[in-house]
Design a protein around this ligand. Structure first.
Ligand code: AMP
Length: 249
């Protein structure tokens, strides 16, 4: 079984994101970019499924600018076998990404598409669900456990206040949540090996998908600055401040 893993290049999660002066978006020039953390978890899970013998090939795919090649090389250093870059200058919205992925699914015929649950730059949490809808395939979102059982896959889902276990008929769409696994670091030899793995580039237009944005960003703003805290001398003083200043008790 083949697993397709979509990986997005986003601002590194350690970077303090700065809003552009005109409020039209966030500053990306000269900013460190990395693989979306949930996609690292998805790659790790695909590699573990292959190590267990449940998968035979892992194909990483990224939709974005030329530099997304670096993200794909990271996925291959972690264990993906090959990669596809769908080149576009636009930053595609989830529906366009889902349509591009549908075209690749039709071409590659993977048993599982294993995405991150959410990209940390736009926090959409939509692409996996849209892809499942477009393909009319079962979906297991927010996965914290994935077990292949013959022609189906059992997915444990993180839901409000507990866990839900669903059994999906393959082929299926899965999105990875935080507790699914802890991604490995790519070793130096594997980084070197990844340089030689195949990376195919396709223009988004060649897949017949219109990536033009449908949403208009009206304004992007910093959250309000928080006031500095104060040190209190005793529990009694804290209670007094909570009562008279914060007025919360
Ligand atoms: P989102 O719906 O934007 O929060 O993204 C959810 C997941 O879809 C991500 O974790 C990725 O696995 C995948 N995805 C979204 N955008 C892209 C992209 N441009 N390239 C590759 N994968 C993407």
């Amino acid at each position: 079984m083949k697993i397709l893993v979509p990986v997005k290049r986003v601002i590194d999660y350690n970077v303090k994101v700065r809003v552009k002066a005109d409020g039209s978006g966030v500053e990306t020039a000269g900013v460190k970019m990395s693989m979306n953390p949930f996609d690292e978890i998805a790659v790790e899970e695909a590699v573990r499924l292959k190590e267990k013998g449940a998968a035979t090939e892992i194909v990483a795919v990224s939709i974005g600018v030329q530099q997304a090649q670096d993200t794909l090389r990271t996925a291959m250093a972690m264990g993906a076998d090959r990669a596809i870059l769908v080149l576009t200058e636009e930053s595609p919205e989830p529906l366009a990404v889902a349509k591009i992925l549908r075209a690749l699914v039709e071409r590659e015929q993977p048993g599982i598409v294993l995405l991150g649950k959410q990209a940390i730059d736009d926090d959409m949490n939509a692409t996996g669900q849209m892809l499942a809808g477009l393909l009319d395939r079962p979906q297991g979102t927010f996965a914290s456990k994935v077990e292949i059982e013959g022609e189906s896959v059992r997915v444990t889902r993180e839901i409000d206040g507990g866990l839900e276990t669903v059994s999906l008929q393959l082929p299926a769409i899965i999105t990875a949540d935080l507790r699914l696994n802890e991604p490995r670091y790519a070793s130096l030899p594997n980084i070197m090996k990844a340089r030689k793995k195949p990376l195919e580039t396709i223009a988004a237009g060649d897949l017949g998908v219109d990536v033009a944005p449908r949403l208009t960003v009206v304004k992007v703003a910093e959250p309000p600055a928080r006031k500095a805290g104060v040190m209190v001398g005793s529990a009694a003083e804290l209670v007094e401040k909570l009562r008279s200043e914060a007025k919360v008790i």
